[in-house]
Design a protein around this ligand. Structure first.
Ligand code: LRH
Ligand code: MN
Length: 412
């Protein structure tokens, strides 16, 4: 079995060593500048757990303040032009005005997220509820979200269902599946041409016996049955412990049914912590699959969105930190020496192949990311720029704490 010849195995910083030609370096830089990340409106407001929602001084209290904070993150990073909204948390009565307000800030509305988990009648579910009247209301809400998306020129409905049961026997699992297929078909039929329906799965919570949309296979099956405008959304916090995310991503990519991500990180359950803060290598391996697949000719459109709740940390800084972590994972994945990787794989050189990935992961990409920002006319260190801006003190001074419940986020 051929081993890596006589190369001191000190590992290769893919940037330090001259092996990365100027052209390659340039293409990595340009790819980083083009790579955009969508931030969630709800990541700027107060959020928490069932135990406590702590108020953060200056936290955004309404959609306009969330858009203002998101626009700052875009100004500082240069790569966050879209903001996902959640209805009714971000409900407004003049969407034209919202669209203009966002444009004035240099951002636009991204994915529209219906909320089918907070109304009283959703105790036994929404689209899967035994009562046709409740299913009707749920479908009506999503159709309203499609209208909102049209009004703000968004082409994406991002749908997550809390639907499930807590005890064996509580409901007929196949009957719930039939209700889901029926109601999703109605929603799909109402999509505007070119609009996408992203189907987000989650293996548990708030349901604790079964969840109707529990894993990638169920989301895949339903999306396929619906049609080409339906895609699977992978929330990185929605899998059982030990799940190999990179494998699920590779599979969904190869099936061309991956539509997007909700990035966050977790240690135990759906902790919604800063992406890459707990498992940076796992995030790198996910991007390694994305970069490897992106070399395919008709690389599918994938929406890279953050979905986090910043319960104790400063929300805007947490969002900027998240963008930096995603950019790092992407940059490292772009630096994987794919030729050496496939040679090692073909040669059965297991650890040689592993080291190719490890080299890229161990490469310090911060100077490269700083260079990309400078070339975009931005401060190379967005966190330092944010802290210097005094924005956090300004909003803490000008935004009195919101009346509890104002943001709609449970308990906020
Ligand atoms: C559910 C979820 C979903 C959102 C919500 C804020 O856990 O990931 O994407 O609607 O968080
Ligand atoms: Mn999510």
């Amino acid at each position: 079995m051929k081993q890596e010849q006589d190369q001191p195995n000190v590992g290769r910083d893919r940037l330090a060593s001259e092996e990365l030609g100027a052209a390659e370096r340039r293409s990595v830089l340009e790819a980083i500048k083009r790579f955009t990340i969508e931030t969630p409106s709800w990541g700027y407001g107060d959020s928490g757990t069932r135990f406590k929602v702590f108020h953060w001084p200056g936290a955004a209290r309404n959609l306009r303040e969330k858009l203002a904070d998101a626009a700052l993150v875009h100004r500082l990073t240069g790569v966050c032009p879209r903001v996902a909204i959640h209805i009714p948390w971000d409900k407004e009565d003049d969407w034209e005005a919202v669209k203009a307000y966002a444009a004035g800030l240099g951002v636009r509305i991204g994915a529209v997220n219906p909320n089918l988990f907070q109304d009283e009648e959703y105790r036994f579910g929404s689209l899967c509820h035994p009562d046709p009247a409740v299913r009707r209301r749920a479908v009506q809400h999503v159709l309203e979200c499609i209208q909102i998306a049209r009004a703000v020129d968004s082409d994406t409905i991002s749908l997550w269902l809390a639907d499930g049961t807590n005890y064996p026997g509580q409901d007929d699992l196949r009957a719930r599946k039939h209700r889901l297929e029926e109601t999703l078909a109605e929603i799909y039929a109402a999509l505007a041409p070119g609009m996408r329906l992203l189907i987000e799965y989650k293996f548990f919570e708030p349901a604790f016996y079964h969840t109707d949309l529990a894993d990638w296979g169920m989301a895949y099956t339903l999306a396929r049955k619906l049609g080409p405008q339906a895609r699977v959304l992978v929330d990185t916090g929605h899998h059982p412990q030990g799940t190999n995310l990179a494998h699920i991503v590779a599979f969904l990519l190869d099936e061309e049914i991956l539509g997007g991500f909700h990035f966050n990180d977790r240690r135990y359950a759906d902790d919604d912590l800063i992406v890459g803060s707990q498992h940076p290598f796992e995030l790198f391996l996910v991007f390694n699959e994305l970069v490897a697949a992106a070399s395919q000719p008709q690389a599918p459109r994938i929406d890279y969105m953050i979905d986090q709740s910043h319960n104790i940390e400063p929300k805007i800084e947490a969002m900027i930190q998240s963008v930096l972590h995603i950019q790092s994972a992407y940059a490292r994945a772009l630096l994987v020496d794919r030729q050496r990787l496939s040679q090692a794989q073909a040669a059965g050189d297991v650890l040689g192949a592993y080291r190719v990935l490890r080299d890229a992961f161990e490469t310090d990409v911060r100077p490269l990311l700083a260079q990309a920002r400078e070339e975009m006319g931005l401060d190379p260190d967005p966190i330092a720029a944010f802290r210097r801006s005094g924005y956090a003190d300004e909003v803490a001074r000008t935004r009195p704490a919101s009346r509890s419940g104002a943001s709609g986020y449970p308990g906020a």
